[in-house]
Ligand binder design. Structure first.
Ligand SMILES: [Zn+2]
Length: 468
């Protein structure tokens, strides 16, 4: 494959160094072969023979974005029924392949998928890696390990927990260890644990965590012994700190941290992926999403708490990873990945440079590929964006797809011109509601019409009375 020279732009390499003007890089065999002054790299390229040239004059050259939290198998769900039950595994897998393209076309060249229905994430990862379909690089988890007392246990105890759920019920430590072993055998990169609840699951919300420190240690030790990494859904500080203490590789959410819990996380040097996009989008567009007021109040409280606790965590030096929870209906694939960087600046006080690092090299730590991607350095994969604008001056430029002039993954320029097929939604992907409009007041509406029964009903009632 002929090499590519990218020249004329300002390079932000995301190692933390200052932007470099008049710098160029040469891409060969999918990797960055040379990075340096425009003159030096041009001379290097000339020696390599015929090659393509991308003129990035007046633009920014930076690493591809990495989303540390993108569930490729979810399918933009708006309910737990859609998440856990509807659309069978075969259709879901094909839908996930379709959605992977949307993510890549948003400039996201790698994702960590921390939790999948079935083993779809692993299958999509492998299909991308062997060249069958287009999508970002992926690090994949299987189903969450959960208990009756954390997210993932959505269904009443009198029914069997569905196989199609994004979580697998493991109420004893032996079951947890067996599940880790099963998932590793099935090819996961990451073991995901549900440590507590959320605003949707009231029975778990006030909990001190569904797993004991010994449970957490058993999962982390087994995962690490088998050469994989583990992460946890931990909204409460008590669970976040316990997981950090047990050796979990990074924490997801950690919205409610006190100083003592933050102290544990600092001592263990555990990174945090806050995932503000889901909360912020739900709050910003509550009426359009039809979200109930109580839920939105709960999300607002969580955003405020996260802003307090995590801005302190950032100031004290905790590594912050950008992740969006894309695949949730409030955060559709390919739309909001870059906006998380803006949220990290607004809510947590990150500098623009640190927001860029959160969305590249720090998120890459969640993928386990931080030595291969996440910065522009010689030897790393050529996962590169050429952006019309300066994200350090205006972080929002990354949210405008028209400004992503080149998206390159492994040295290959991604086609963003040919439109992706528009798809329609089948009724069987959605919950089976009697009334699809949630604003219909149901029983009240029916009672109001009792006085206006059609004539045939009135007749029947009077003739019955006559017969008595
Ligand atoms: Zn998630």
């Amino acid at each position: 494959m002929a090499g590519t020279l990218i020249t004329g732009g300002t390079i932000i390499d995301c190692t933390g160094g200052k932007p470099k003007k008049n710098t160029a890089l040469f891409v060969e065999n999918g990797r960055i072969a040379k990075l340096g002054t425009a003159e030096a790299v041009k001379a290097f390229a000339a020696k390599r023979g015929p090659h393509k040239t991308i003129d990035a004059s007046g633009m920014t050259v930076m690493p591809g974005l990495v989303d540390a939290h993108c569930h490729i198998s979810y399918g933009d769900i708006l309910s737990v029924e859609e998440l856990d039950l509807y659309a069978g595994v075969e259709f879901r897998a094909i839908r996930a392949a379709h959605n992977a393209k949307k993510v890549l076309r948003a400039g996201v060249t790698a994702i960590c998928d921390p939790g999948s229905t079935w083993n779809i994430s692993v299958a999509v990862r492998d299909a991308i890696n062997c060249g069958m379909i287009e999508g970002p690089r992926m690090a994949s988890a299987g189903r969450y390990i959960t208990t009756f007392n954390a997210i993932g246990s959505f269904w009443p105890t009198w029914m069997e927990h569905p196989q199609s759920s994004f979580a697998v019920l493991c109420n004893s430590r032996d079951e947890m260890i067996t599940e880790v072993r099963r998932e590793v055998k099935e090819g996961v990169d990451i073991v995901k644990v549900a440590g507590d609840g959320d605003a949707v699951q009231s029975h778990a919300r006030e909990s001190e965590g569904s797993l004991s420190p010994d449970d957490l240690r058993a999962i982390a030790d087994t995962t690490h012994r088998l050469g994989r990494r583990c992460t946890i859904h931990a909204r409460t500080g008590v669970v976040a700190a316990a997981a950090a203490e047990a050796g979990f590789d990074w924490l997801i959410h950690a919205s409610y941290l006190n100083d003592q819990q933050l102290g544990v996380i600092l001592r263990k040097r555990t990174p945090i992926n806050p995932t503000l996009s889901l909360l912020a989008n739900a709050v910003d567009w509550a009426p359009e999403l039809g979200a109930p007021a109580g839920l939105i109040e709960a999300y607002k409280r969580e955003l405020e708490a996260a802003s307090r606790g995590l801005s302190k965590a950032y100031k004290e030096g905790v590594m912050i990873m950008a992740g969006t929870d894309s695949g949730q209906g409030a955060v559709p694939y390919g739309e909001w990945h870059a906006r998380e960087l803006e949220h990290l600046m607004n809510y947590l006080g990150l500098s623009a440079m640190d927001a860029l690092k959160a969305g590249t090299i720090h998120a890459a730590v969640a993928t386990g590929m931080q030595n291969e991607i996440g910065t522009l350095e010689e030897g790393k994969y050529a996962d590169i964006l050429v952006v019309d604008g300066d994200p350090l001056a205006d972080i929002q430029v990354l949210q405008d797809k028209a400004r992503l002039k080149v998206i390159m993954k492994g040295g290959v320029v991604i086609d963003t011109e040919t439109p992706l097929p528009e798809r329609s939604i089948y009724a069987w992907e959605k919950p089976m509601l009697y009334w699809n409009d949630p604003r219909l007041p149901g029983q009240d509406y029916v009672r109001q019409h009792a006085a206006n029964k059609p004539d045939w009903m009135k007749k029947k009632a009077s003739s019955r009375r006559a017969a008595e």
